[in-house]
Design a protein around this ligand. Structure first.
Ligand SMILES: NC(=O)c1ccc[n+]([C@@H]2O[C@H](COP(=O)([O-])OP(=O)(O)OC[C@H]3O[C@@H](n4cnc5c(N)ncnc54)[C@H](OP(=O)(O)O)[C@@H]3O)[C@@H](O)[C@H]2O)c1
Length: 253
């Protein structure tokens, strides 16, 4: 595995979903460590405001990743502008809550497009370049929801389980090319995520800044699965069946 310090002067870091929440904080953390940053999302105003704040060079690329084909276009646009990416953070994501048959089909389709298809497309394009060159680092933002089924958030947990499994598999494939691949699995975060998913934010949700600081530190160490928060890490030893029943109980009420 290549030392992360080698990556600074070899390219920028693309962070999707950087306009707010966890992506915003991850972009700040990476910039503080010396990376130029490519910020992506739909809210250009928020992205430009963040670009002004960053201590390194920042580029803004708006993209709606719920639109099929947009992820590919985003990567192409960045490359066409001569920006080399040494780091990719697939962070953009949405959730949805409620009984599976009540969640609108369009919401499920958008979620699959953003949380899974766009992340997979960007991963493929990035790895094709990074593995060819022999360096790079990829962080896919999943969730503790990836570790068991999630009643009343069925599609969201399934989307994160897909991305987590995919990420751990390609970690093995990319390693021999000098490319690091990690899965970030946060628990509940104090962001606008729940509001956008029509869900109630759990008490004790972790500040996004705290999760991002922990995540980037572990990412730089090449850790496979990064779980911010002691109790979230502890919960990993609880059997999936028990956790699923617990989730069903608390989300039903
Ligand atoms: N919040 C939690 O409790 C939690 C827990 C575990 C994992 N996560 C994961 O962490 C990631 C970040 O979530 P967050 O908590 O920071 O949520 P958030 O505050 O709602 O931010 C979501 C980000 O995704 C972007 N996004 C949403 N729809 C998009 C679209 N159609 N095209 C492009 N970008 C889009 C948003 O940017 P625009 O609106 O500008 O497009 C925004 O920057 C997600 O992958 C989420 O699943 C969150």
């Amino acid at each position: 595995m290549r030392n992360f310090n080698d990556l600074f002067d070899r390219g920028a870091a693309l962070v999707t979903g950087a306009s707010r929440g966890l992506g915003y904080e991850l972009a700040l953390q990476l910039a503080e460590r010396g990376f130029d940053i490519v910020l992506s999302g739909r809210d250009e105003k928020a992205l430009s405001a963040l670009a002004e704040k960053l201590p390194t060079k920042a580029y803004v690329y708006s993209a709606d990743l719920s639109v099929p084909g947009e992820a590919k276009q985003l990567y192409k646009r960045i490359k066409a502008d001569g920006i080399e990416l040494s780091v990719l953070v697939n962070n953009a994501g949405i959730g949805a809550s409620g009984e599976a048959w009540i969640v609108p089909e369009k919401t499920d389709c958008d979620m699959t497009e953003i949380n899974v298809n766009s992340a997979v497309t960007l991963t493929k394009l990035f790895l094709s370049d990074a593995c060819g060159r022999g360096y790079g680092a990829l962080l896919n933002v999943c969730s503790v929801g990836a570790f068991q089924p999630g009643p009343y958030t069925a599609s969201y947990y399934a989307s994160k389980a897909y991305l987590h499994s995919y990420t751990l598999a390609i970690r093995h494939e990319a390693k021999k090319y000098g490319v690091t691949v990690s899965s970030l699995c946060p628990g509940p975060l104090d962001t606008e995520f729940f509001e956008h998913a029509s869900a109630k934010k759990p008490k004790g949700a972790m500040p996004a800044k705290k999760a991002a600081e922990y995540a980037v530190k572990k990412f730089f160490k090449g850790k496979k699965t990064i779980v911010p928060g002691f109790y979230n890490r502890l919960a990993r030893v609880v059997p999936a069946g028990i956790k699923t029943r617990f989730i069903a109980k608390i989300k039903r009420n």
